[in-house]
Design a protein around this ligand. Structure first.
Ligand SMILES: C[S@@+](CC[C@H](N)C(=O)[O-])C[C@H]1O[C@@H](n2cnc3c(N)ncnc32)[C@H](O)[C@@H]1O
Length: 350
């Protein structure tokens, strides 16, 4: 069975994971399976880098096998309730693993609607999703209302192709309202959108304030009158630490581990190198399924870049929910307590 570090960096495709898994002989003895299910119940779990996102994870409480009344739940029942069967490496698809691990498109759509309504008193209809990847958010957007349309932009043809194959067909007729385009986000300014978003910190790839500001200027030109931009940021002292943070993910496809690695951080220029690894039953690991060279921007830097690009009325929505197992509770906030890891949205008017 493959273990962490045994696969070469950055070259792992789902096909190679498939081959490796097969070579490793995937079938686990029953005892081992049971051991895994017990481990997933009993071991400390790590919840979503702040709710399913790709930032630092905080440990959450144990989930005991026993309950308070009869003190015992038969293992089979506990397994059924608490953990779906392990996801087999040969069934793993890196985009699905990513979506299951770090994306919460329904919540994102709800948040963007709330932020727009608060400013404009009406429903936003056209979304521009920058750095859309598999366009998971844009797909949820067009599904959420029959008059909603979305423009989803990404540079990577393979990721867009995956989106077309997996995320678009289930939309049915709503797919007609989705414009999935291969393009650099800095090259497109039409159609004019009500909401533009760059989520999961994708804009961190602009590693100078000048580059970030130039991008934001383009986005501003792509917004309709009354349009807003929604960006997310993460921080806290743990975000600057070199570390690996595992978290169990119970997905519709089965249970697996998502590992967020902060491999490098340079305090002089705030550049960081992060990786996402996935680990499966028996220890097979898909190293560096995704890697990011980012500059860690603070909300204050993002605000300054937004203002320099001509945006106005910049507000920070801070997550006030301390329990990472619960849904985020974003509220407009001017002063917040610094914590090991935090998340917020920055919203501004064009
Ligand atoms: C971290 S993924 C973001 C996925 C998704 N937005 C999310 O919320 O998880 C970053 C994506 O940005 C794309 N990308 C990088 N530079 C780009 C650019 N200049 N224009 C458009 N897409 C870009 C990459 O191809 C990649 O799919």
């Amino acid at each position: 069975m493959k273990t962490r570090g045994s696969m070469s960096a950055g070259d792992v495709t789902s096909e190679s994971a498939h081959r490796l898994a097969n070579a490793a002989g995937e079938r686990l003895p029953a005892l081992e399976l049971r051991g895994l299910a017990l481990a997933s119940l009993d071991a400390p779990l790590y919840v979503g880098p702040l709710h399913g996102r790709i930032v630092s994870a905080r440990p959450r409480g144990r989930q005991p096998l026993t309950n308070s009344t009869d003190g015992f739940i038969p293992i089979a029942r506990a397994m059924r309730r608490a953990a779906p069967p392990p996801l087999r490496p040969e069934d793993a698809d890196r985009h699905l693993l990513y979506q299951w691990s770090v994306q919460t498109p329904k919540d994102e759509v709800a948040f963007m609607e709330r932020a727009y309504r608060r400013r404009r008193g009406r429903k936003p209809l056209l979304l521009r999703e920058d750095f859309c990847g598999t366009a998971y958010t844009a797909c949820h957007w067009v599904e959420s209302h029959p008059r909603r349309r979305a423009l989803a932009l990404d540079l990577d043809p393979a990721t867009l192709e995956w989106a077309r194959e997996h995320n678009v067909p289930p939309l049915g007729q709503a797919a007609d309202r989705l414009d999935l385009r291969r393009s650099d986000v800095r090259r497109v300014t039409r159609p004019l959108a009500d909401v533009a978003c760059a989520l999961n910190f994708s804009y961190y790839l602009f590693d100078t304030l000048a580059a970030l500001t130039a991008y934001l200027r383009k986005v501003r030109r792509s917004l309709a009158p009354g349009g807003i931009i929604v960006l997310d940021t993460y921080g806290g002292w743990e975000s600057q630490q070199v570390k690996e943070e595992p978290r169990k993910v119970k997905s519709p496809g089965g249970t697996f581990s998502y590992i967020w690695e902060q491999a490098e951080f340079n305090p002089i220029d705030n550049r960081t190198l992060c990786h996402i690894h996935f680990q499966f039953a028996g220890g097979t690991i898909w190293r560096r399924a995704f890697s990011y060279h980012w500059r860690l921007y603070s909300p204050a830097e993002v605000r300054d870049a937004l203002l320099a690009a001509g945006f106005r009325h910049v507000e920070v929505y801070w997550d006030h929910e301390p329990d990472t197992e619960k849904k985020e509770d974003y509220r407009v906030t001017r002063r917040a307590e610094n914590t090991p890891g935090w998340l917020c949205y920055v919203v501004a008017d064009a």
